[in-house]
Design a protein around this ligand. Structure first.
Ligand code: ADP
Ligand code: MG
Length: 287
């Protein structure tokens, strides 16, 4: 039997309802991530990337679909199991760096806080914080106020804090969004090293192709669905979901004049998708 994926998301649907509008943030998202992988999620603003991270961190629940992480069905899990999962199984790096840090606490106190809140004895929590501060190369700054540090330094403290309870999974929403490229490169190198040293699985959201290229795999999300993937072989593939749905790139659709309907047939071991409009014969060449 092959080992199940560390993260297995199937047909995730998330709808936000306000008085007048319904927003389909996720419309049947399928995605799996292997243990130890570093995956980048890319896609236009509003595609559903943050919504997915919120589901993965068990801060939010989907309206439909399944989400299993490390063998735990986090949709079916009860509140106590979900709280335990949030505490010990997942570290979260918010898009806004300062949201990861508590004002008035030193770097060391920030990093120790998750373990202290989890009921770990102070001596052990601070020893663990010191180890994490060394891992992110911020030992010398441990007594400083992180809110007075540079963006890149703040981010390294935030990463150490996210790993405060040594979770196996790290989620990061635009971890390099607020820093320059030199700092971004250092953060990426750090994430790679932490992944190896702490056997982490990492899912990060990014707008930056350079950041995505540092990941093992890039998964593009569009309109709340997984649309394409690029892996180690560097080949961009379109994702076909369990129902046979796929998303055709807009640029290709434009190039052949594909509107809202198409004919589909098998030709020479391939599937041929041809534009179709009412009144056309479906043969194309007769028009
Ligand atoms: P991304 O992170 O890819 O930019 P999001 O996941 O933040 O996209 O949002 C996906 C869609 O869901 C957007 O249209 C967004 O406005 C909407 N959305 C996200 N969160 C909420 C919410 N809490 N209430 C209402 N709409 C939301
Ligand atoms: Mg977002």
């Amino acid at each position: 039997m092959s080992q199940p994926a560390y993260i297995a998301a199937a047909n995730l649907v998330r709808i936000f309802r306000s008085d007048e509008v319904e927003t389909f943030a996720l419309q049947g998202l399928d995605l799996s991530v292997e243990h130890g992988e570093m995956v980048a999620l890319v896609g236009p603003s509003g595609a559903g990337k943050s919504t997915f991270l919120n589901l993965l961190s068990a801060l939010d629940r989907p309206d439909a679909g399944t989400l299993v992480v490390g063998g735990l069905d986090i949709v079916a899990a009860n509140d106590r199991q979900r709280a335990e999962y949030r505490r010990s199984s997942v570290g979260f790096l918010w898009q806004q760096t300062t949201r990861n840090l508590i004002p008035g606490l030193t770097a060391r106190e920030n990093v120790a806080l998750p373990a202290l809140l989890a009921g770990i004895a102070p001596a052990e929590a601070y020893a663990s914080a010191d180890e994490l501060l060394a891992a992110v190369e911020m030992s010398d700054h441990r007594h400083r106020d992180p809110l007075r540090m540079s963006g890149g330094q703040q981010q390294r403290i935030a990463i150490a804090t996210a790993l405060g309870c040594k979770p196996p999974l790290l989620l990061a929403d635009e971890p390099t969004g607020e820093v320059d490229w030199a700092s971004a490169e250092r953060i990426l190198a750090l994430l790679q090293r932490l992944r190896r040293d702490y056997a982490l699985t990492i899912v990060l959201v990014t707008h930056d192709v350079r950041v995505a290229e540092a990941a093992d795999r890039t998964i593009a999300i569009r309109d709340g669905r997984t649309s394409s993937e690029r892996g180690a072989d560097d080949i961009e593939t379109v994702v076909v979901d369990a129902a046979g749905r796929l998303q055709l790139p807009g640029e290709l659709r434009q190039r052949v004049g594909l509107g809202s309907r198409a004919t589909v047939s098998a030709v020479d071991g391939a599937i041929l998708v041809k534009p179709w409009s009412p009144g056309s014969t479906g043969e194309g060449s007769h028009d």
